[in-house]
Every structure is written in C-alpha cells, then in structure tokens.
Design a protein around this ligand. Sequence first.
Ligand code: PLP
Length: 494
Amino acid sequence: MERVSSHVRPPSKRVIIQGIAEDNGLYVPSSFPALGANPFARIEKISYAARAVRILQPFFSDFSEAELDSACRVAYASNFDSPSIAPVKSIGENISVLELWHGPTLAFKDMALQFMPQLLTTALRSECQEDKIVILVATSGDTGKAALEGFADVEGLSIYVFYPHEGVSEIQRLQMVTQKGRNVGVCGVCGNFDDAQAGVKRIFSDPEINLRLAKSGYRLSSANSINWGRLAPQVVYYYTGYEAMLVEGRIERGQKINVCVPTGNFGNILAAYYAMRCGLPVSKFLCASNINKVLTDFIRTGIYDRRREFHRTESPSMDILISSNLERLLFELAGRQPGKVRKWMEDLAAEGWYAIDEEALSELQSIFYGGFADRLETLRAIEGVYKREGYLFDPHSAVGYSVLQKYREETGESTPTLLVSTASPFKFSRAVLEALGRETSGKDEFSLLEELSSFTGQPVPPRLLELKSLPERHTRICQKEEMAERVYEFLGLG
Ligand SMILES: *Cc1c(COP(=O)(O)O)cnc(C)c1O
C-alpha cells in the first residue's frame, strides 16, 4: 500500500487499522495486480466467497490465505438473501443490472461492510494491538447502518455513527437508531452529510483529541470508503458481474463493457476503475449523479467546484458535494505525482475549488462520462422501466439508468453495460410509489411498505418490517461543533 501524498508503503493490515494517513492523505495500492479478464479460470462453479479470495489476495498480501478465506466465508454467506450474493438481472437494451442490495441492510454498503470487520479484527490480532479501536463513521444514510450491522458486538472494537439529522430517509434513520449491540452509538448532526464528514475528518486529524483518547487506551479508525478495507472488496463484484454477463451470453470473453454507477463519495465507481486497472475489460465508466452534480461538472470541465447550493434529493445517499475518493483517481490521472494531488486538495480545502491540468483532464474524459438526473427524470426512469420491463429500481439506481440512457442518446452507442443497482426499492418506498403515480402524502413509512408490496406482489423485506416494533435506542442530536464531545461521552470520558 502507498499513500497518495508520499511514498510510504505500510502493509495492508496497518493501513486498515489506521484508516487514513497521518497527513489526511488516502492510501492507494502500490501497484495493480494483473488479474486479467479471466481470474476465475478453472474455478467456474465456485462461490462468491471463493471468488472474493482470488481477487483480494494480491491486495492483502500480508494476510494469510486462511485468514482471507475465513473472512470471506463469514462475510458472504446466508447473511445475504441471494445465494449468488450479487445477482445480475438482464432488463433488455443490453443492460445487465448488478444488484448489490441483498445484504442485511438492503443497500450496497453491505458488500464491503460485512467483510471489513473480519479483516480489521484479524489485522488487530496480528498487530498485537493493545488499544481499543473506535470506529468513527459519517454517513449519508446507508453506510451508518451497514457499519453498525457489521461491527455490532465485535470484540475489541466500538463504533460511533454520525448522520445528518433530517438528511436521511425515515427508514434509514430507524435502521440506525434501533441498532442493538453493546459497542454501538449513533448521533444525528444538525447539518448535511458534508458537515458530518468534515466533523469526523476534523476529529481524526486533531492531535489533542487523539492524545486524550490515547491516554484512555482508545485509537480511532474509520469505516468510511476512505478506508482501503472498504474499497478493495468492491472490486470483486465487478468481476463477478462481468462473469455473469458472460454466462448469460451477453458478451464474449475479453469483450469490453461499459459500467454505469450511481455515485456519491466516488467509492463504488473507483472500485470499478481499479478492476479495470487489474485487467477487467471496461471501455467507459458512466458516473451518474443526482442534481448535486459536482462530479458531472468536473468530468465535463476539469473544474471541481463545491461552492454551490446543496440539494436534498430522493436519492439521499448521493447528496454529496465532496467526493472523497476522487482524490485516489486524481492520483492515477496525475501519473502518481503526489505533489499535484496535494495542491488540488489544498485548493479544495482553502478555496472550495480546483482545476486539473489539460493532460489529466483528457485522460479523465477518455474513460469517464459524467451525467446527472433531476427528480423528474429519476421518477420517470422508475416508472418507465417498471412499465416496460416489470423491473423496479430504487431512486439511486434509477439515476444510473437515466444517465445511461442520456449517454446512449448522446453517443448513439449501445455497448453492453453493467448498471450498478445500489439499494432495494423497498428502502425508498415513498419515492418509488410516487414514481408509480401513487398518493403518498400523510402516509407513514410502514403503510408505504405494505402498499409497495401489494402493488408489486413482492414481500416486504423482513428487516424493514421489524423496524416498526423495535425501540429507538439512540436519540442524541448534536451541533456539528459538538461531535468530539459526543464521542467522549460515548466512551465514558465525559
Ligand atoms: C453510498 C451509496 C451510493 C453512493 O456510493 P459511493 O461509493 O459513495 O459513490 C449510491 N447509492 C446508494 C444506495 C448508496 O448507499
């Protein structure tokens, strides 16, 4: 592993424990393993877990095969409601939908967060850590629950989650505030996701806070997608998605596909790019945004400008103006010159914007397309696909679909495309029902779930149904300046 900002190369166990480098830079792999287009040769019939081991081994070379094997087997098992873990559904028009929401929290964050706790506990054991690890999370809605679910009651760790109060859906909120576990805490922040994320970053980089925690035997780590342990497992499903397209006869081995990803913090789409760097045949990456379209503008102009109004949308997990993982792509675009990236990140922090150079921009545009969908387009995509194909998208995935259609209209091409679906439609039933032309005002979340169920004939996922009867355990709300205080309080350092 290597740091964006320097050439320090710690082993991956250290990197996962640490989360982020001391200077706030992100870790990236020192090089990309040549996995090629066919890493599963001669192991066609094996499980997702075994495939994950094959892909992940070169990225975690300081873990033993037995350690990785056991982590993957625990992570990708009956905790998912589909035996293929990440099934692919064809919906016509050369579109294969990669469903990443069959885990316990019904959104794609489970793909990494069911795995990462196994990885982290293994790393902690072999690094002989004395400190108790405190995982701090800022969430735009789905990461929080997925991290709580992954880390609840894991030995030697505790987890504290900050979510934007009033910035998440009611189901997302209930999923978090009802979380059980000895070692979990949750707090709403008055502000948006960027405020929560900035607050968490501040805590990480504040020497005084870290010293105070260290004195009591605590050490901070992160489960956000800035942690390499979150990102790497996401490379796996691009390979299994490609494999499924092959098996379905959609493509020939070695044929290039496009990948379309509804994007927020740029983690998921970056994992697709990393898969390509390992040899997965990808032609274009379609980066889909909602009207918080800072990435669309960036890909089109080379100027990243966060100085704009923040909008709350029906795809809240993508309501983000600072896409942290873009830093990692910039590092590659800049030919791995840390100085350039550091300058851009400093400009962003100080001025709220930066412009990349011509060379990096043309490299970016040769492989990335940026597009966005507004509310109406998103709802129309849900309705249209349901009517034509009988397939139901959640709003995030519908943003992806809408951008894919725009891309095809603009370019006239119809390359087979892996469209990433990031959440179950039931998780966002209000918006989905509105899209289908149903009256939703004045109805509570649970009657909406029932209504969506009877409309589609699909059962309400049990994990959502049970939220109705679970007590709200975590009722704290705080100002963004008080986040460190809340962490102290949680740890009993009051
Ligand atoms: C987190 C999330 C996204 C955005 O993913 P990034 O990796 O942050 O780009 C999209 N859709 C859903 C449902 C999510 O939970």
